[in-house]
Design a protein around this ligand. Structure first.
Ligand code: WT7
Length: 635
């Protein structure tokens, strides 16, 4: 069993041990898993190449650690409780044994379609149990899953599939989200028109809408599953064999295929799940994220199932059919740990207290948040109205690249403080550096958040682009992993995450690169160039503010052009990337070397006029004009 910390002094002691002897610390935890062959070296690393190898030459299969390891004790215990979008529709519950059998059957399906160890399988599914089954079946046969959030456009899906050179795409006829149905198969068809590698498509029937099944390419999930055997010998994986790719946005260029490997990710997600949430056997744990993002990978599927937990998976949205949907689910299943985003909390807060106050939710013991900084108002509302003042809040800071939670209280153990992620987990060594790369020690310091020592869950590379991996994370401050976040360490030594300091915007906890959105805007024939920055947004945390240069736009039709630009961004990326505000400008402020001075544009979009030095601009006169335009637009 994974060791569980249960007191503050226990935490301090474990932390100390993990720093003094990291390999001893992590190998003790890793030994609680089932390895087909033990590792020969716990850690081999340098942050220059960079190279990170944990549990070297150890052999295992992660699904064997989920299923075979738990079947004897937990065969008849639920692994996944699936709650549908529509509360009137029956739920589906999979015990560990049932999930195991479905995963095995689907592993046979993949195998029968020619999928082999190391092949990439793209998954574009809504939040239905087949999503969990598909990803675990990939892990069972050693295929690398690349899950693409079902809100992404055909173009975004195609770009990701092409980059990963995925062989198979798994989708559904459609998906439900609130009162909407999403035509997934149609989007998948359009993506395959642009795809260079996908040979076959497997389609789950969810909504029953008529779809076009292409002969020799498309097959139905339920037909393929019929008659498949319920056991499947797991493929032996090396600890450092890839487990999955997950695309995320960076500050420049196309999305990055973050690659996680098998052994370290397994150890890290299971350990952090158990300790952060203080999960107890038979608890019902509910993470409201989507499996299309890292939170769902690590804390709906891998972490909880590795721990033998009961993981609740919800298809719908918090406001359908009414804004008490989460509270209703928590009461119905007696949820003990609940994990969601600050955006969801703010959206529900805005609906009024009456929706939550009528639910007692006595089962709740732990509340979690993730994805973006939580403001104090939302923190207190979560604490007082959802947790009724008796549940600790774990504000968990981490990233797609970190694989699992890095800085967070351990529930009920590390005292919390609103808006603070508090202290690093055992094995995590954060450092704060200034612009010159000097480490800032002690209390009351603020700067760039870096990590100075490897942890088992960290990404190993970017798919097909190790050079970019090095540049993006290990070059800004040589010898350190750079997170892209600003941070403050206060007088108690507690960490407060201040948000991204690069050209990444965090909209509703979704990470978007400004460059991607600009590229989409620039596709419009009337747009000469554009610059996108974040702006404060009451619910979403950050909104998207776009400055667009469109000299030939027809007079009086600016609103129409705005609509057309918004549509374009939705189509090229996703509705989540739609600008909240578009301001047409004559030109963008640029330096002599032709670089857009985003610092100024960022300030204007927050309503500030404190720009600092503007003497390096070639066109300083444009700044006043942009401010005037801003004021006119936002009065
Ligand atoms: C970025 C990573 C990790 C799961 C979801 C997001 C921001 C994440 C917090 C938090 C303040 C946070 C950071 C980070 N972030 N958690 N508790 N407090 N900011 O994963 O899409 O990879 O985004 O989300 O800016 O760098 P992601």
């Amino acid at each position: 069993m994974i060791p569980k910390i249960s007191t503050l002094s226990g935490y301090l002691h474990e932390y100390q041990k993990s720093v003094a002897n990291p390999t001893g610390f992590w190998s003790n935890i890793a030994e609680t898993f089932y390895w087909r062959k033990p590792w020969v070296k716990t850690l081999d690393w340098n942050f220059d190449e960079p190279k990170i190898e944990w549990f070297k030459e150890g052999k295992l299969n992660i699904t064997e650690n989920i299923f075979e390891r738990h079947l004897f004790l937990r065969g008849n215990q639920p692994a996944i409780i699936w709650e549908p979008n529509d509360p009137e529709e029956p739920n589906r519950i999979f015990t560990y044994r049932q999930l195991y059998e479905e995963v095995n059957k689907f592993a046979h399906v993949l195998q029968s379609m020619g999928v082999k160890k190391g092949d990439r399988v793209a998954i574009y599914l809504p939040m239905i149990p087949e999503l969990a089954i598909a990803m675990l079946a990939c892990a069972r046969i050693g295929a690398i899953h690349s899950i693409v959030f079902a809100g992404f456009s055909a173009k975004a899906l195609a770009d990701r599939n092409n980059d990963a050179q995925a062989k198979i795409l798994i989708t559904a006829d459609g998906g439900y989200r609130g009162d909407k149905t999403i035509p997934l198969k149609e989007t998948a068809d359009a993506a395959l028109e642009m795809s260079t590698s996908v040979e076959k498509m497997i389609v789950v029937k969810r909504t029953g809408v008529p779809v076009n099944m292409k002969e020799n390419r498309d097959v139905w999930w339920h037909e393929m599953m019929t008659g498949k055997p319920v056991s499947f010998e797991p493929v032996t994986m090396d600890a450092e064999d890839p487990l999955f790719i997950l695309y995320t946005s960076g500050s420049t260029g196309k999305p990055k295929g973050v690659l996680h490997t098998t052994g370290g990710y397994m150890v890290y997600t299971a350990y952090t799940f158990k300790n952060v949430f203080q999960y107890r056997s038979n608890d019902v744990y509910f993470c409201a994220a989507d499996i299309g993002w890292i939170t769902g990978h690590s804390y709906i599927i891998y972490g909880p199932l590795l721990e033998g937990a009961i993981s609740l998976m919800f298809e719908g949205i918090p406001t359908y059919p009414a804004p008490d949907r989460y509270w209703q689910i928590i009461e119905k299943y007696k949820v003990n740990e609940f994990y969601t985003s600050p955006t969801a909390i703010r959206a529900l807060l805005a609906q009024g207290e009456e929706w939550v106050d009528k639910y007692e939710m006595p089962s709740l013991r732990v509340l979690g948040t993730v994805g973006e900084p939580i403001n104090e108002e939302a923190w207190h509302w979560y604490h007082d109205h959802v947790g009724k003042g008796r549940c600790p809040i774990v504000d968990t800071w981490w990233q797609t690249e970190t694989g699992g939670i890095m800085i967070s209280p351990l529930a009920g153990i590390v005292p919390t403080k609103p808006a603070y992620a508090t202290l690093p987990l055992p094995g995590v060594r954060p450092v704060i550096v200034n612009q010159e790369g000097e480490k800032l020690y002690g209390k009351n310091v603020e700067g760039n958040l870096c990590i100075e020592f490897p942890w088992p869950g960290m990404a190993r590379t970017l798919w097909g682009d190790h050079k970019r991996f090095k540049e993006a994370y290990f070059s800004t401050f040589p010898g350190l992993y750079f997170t892209g976040d600003g941070v403050k360490r206060d007088e108690d030594g507690y960490y407060r995450i201040l948000g991204r300091i690069d050209d990444v915007i965090n909209v509703s906890g979704h990470r978007l690169g400004t460059a991607e959105i600009e590229n989409a805007l620039n596709e419009h024939p009337l747009v000469a160039e554009s610059a996108v920055v974040g702006m404060p947004h009451d619910i979403k945390g950050q909104g998207i503010y776009a400055y667009v240069v469109a000299p030939e736009r027809p007079e009086g039709l600016e609103d129409e052009l705005r609509q057309s630009l918004i549509k374009g961004v939705s189509k090229l990326i996703s509705p989540i990337a739609k600008p909240d505000q578009i301001q047409f400008v004559d030109a963008l402020p640029k330096t002599r070397s032709g670089k857009i001075m985003r610092r100024i544009l960022r300030k204007i979009a927050t309503g500030s006029d404190d720009f600092g030095d503007t003497s390096t601009l070639t066109n300083p006169e444009i700044v006043d004009k942009i401010i005037k335009g801003y004021e006119k637009l936002n009065q």
